[in-house]
Write a protein that binds this ligand. Structure first.
Ligand code: G4F
Length: 307
């Protein structure tokens, strides 16, 4: 929107509770009804908005949930992509398309670091569905000459991250523990390693991909990897606490199959798109902890003021 775009957000369901959140965070977005499960609704949405660019970030994106709702994940996260591509082909084949592919496609990694050429070995129904989304995007580009790009994004975080994901779960708990609102934080696999970057930087990469002369696929990553344990250590230390005094492990948060290590090589994006990161790992942890601290402190003050 800062770049002068009119932005339409696709909303599904009768009374989607997330609508209020998005309206609060990004006032000015225009909403249009549509559902990745429903082909005709996507065609209608494109006919209404007449977009020049479509960013498909829609998915069941929580890996743990995908094990419990595997076929729904396939429908939304996988087949949803082909429905959107078909809608574009029907309404206006010149629309530029961005598919949010994921480093979860690398899964049980075949090489380190992972590049655009690394073979996929997904470890969850989510990862499998994303592999389908990735290849159908490549296929529509090759078959129909569509301007379709796939961004293979490694984990990207910010203070807007959902509380179910490990980074925000940690920073939110750190804030609550610091303020005396919570005592312990229960986590699953502490030794999993991720390449965590700042979401704002990654959104710039998505936009850059659609401004090139030719469509292509790009890995977007920081090139650093850190464990969940390291994330805890930094987050707790930021408020003067020792993570070992508060973190417990709980097998309920372990996954049937785990992705142990992710670290991306984004040389292609850095060279061809001129893309760079602006937020370091310690800065990312700090800004997320600070944001949760501010929110819980404010709520506490209001609670006290209101009796
Ligand atoms: O934060 P996570 O749930 O993210 P995950 O599974 O890496 O997926 C995220 O990044 C992908 C990009 O690579 C996206 F495609 C995807 O949509 C999503 O945004 O888990 C990170 C790691 C995992 O290894 C998990 O097992 O943290 C480990 N973990 C340990 N304890 C936990 C917990 N994860 C969660 N969510 N909750 C825990 O208590």
């Amino acid at each position: 929107m800062e770049r002068g775009y009119t932005v339409h957000g696709l909303v599904r369901g009768q009374n989607n509770p997330r609508l209020t959140n998005v309206e609060r965070l990004c006032p000015g977005i225009e909403f249009v009804e549509g559902d990745l499960l429903d082909q005709s609704s996507l065609i209608a949405a494109l006919e209404t908005c007449q977009p020049t660019e479509v960013y498909n970030l829609g998915a069941i994106s929580f890996v743990a949930l995908s094990f419990k709702q595997a076929s729904l994940t396939g429908e939304v996260t996988g087949l949803g992509v082909v429905r959107m591509l078909e809608a574009i082909r029907t309404v206006n084949a010149d629309i530029r398309f961005y598919q949010a592919s994921s480093s979860e496609m690398f899964g049980k990694v075949r090489e380190t670091p992972q590049t655009e050429g690394t073979a996929f070995h997904p470890r969850s129904p989510y990862g499998v569905a994303k592999v389908y989304g990735h290849y159908i995007t490549v296929n529509y580009r090759e078959s129909y000459g569509m301007y379709a790009c796939s961004g293979i994004l490694f984990n990207h975080e910010s203070e807007r991250r959902g509380l179910e994901f490990v980074t925000r779960k940690i920073t939110n708990s750190v804030a609550k523990i610091k303020l005396g609102l919570q005592k312990q934080l229960a986590l699953g696999n502490l030794s999993a390693r991720r390449d965590w970057g700042f979401a704002g930087d990654y959104v710039r990469a998505m936009h850059l991909m659609l401004q090139q002369d030719e469509p292509d696929d790009y890995v977007i990553a920081t090139g650093e990897t850190h464990s969940v344990e390291e994330f805890c250590e930094l987050a707790f230390a930021h408020v003067g606490l020792d993570w070992r005094d508060h973190v417990v492990t709980d097998e309920r948060f372990l996954r049937p199959a785990e992705v142990d290590l992710l670290i991306g090589d984004s040389t292609k994006a850095r060279t061809k798109l001129g893309w760079t990161t602006t937020v370091s790992f310690p800065e990312l942890v700090t800004r997320m902890v600070e944001s949760d601290l501010a929110a819980h402190s404010a709520a506490l003050r209001q609670g006290v003021a209101g009796g």
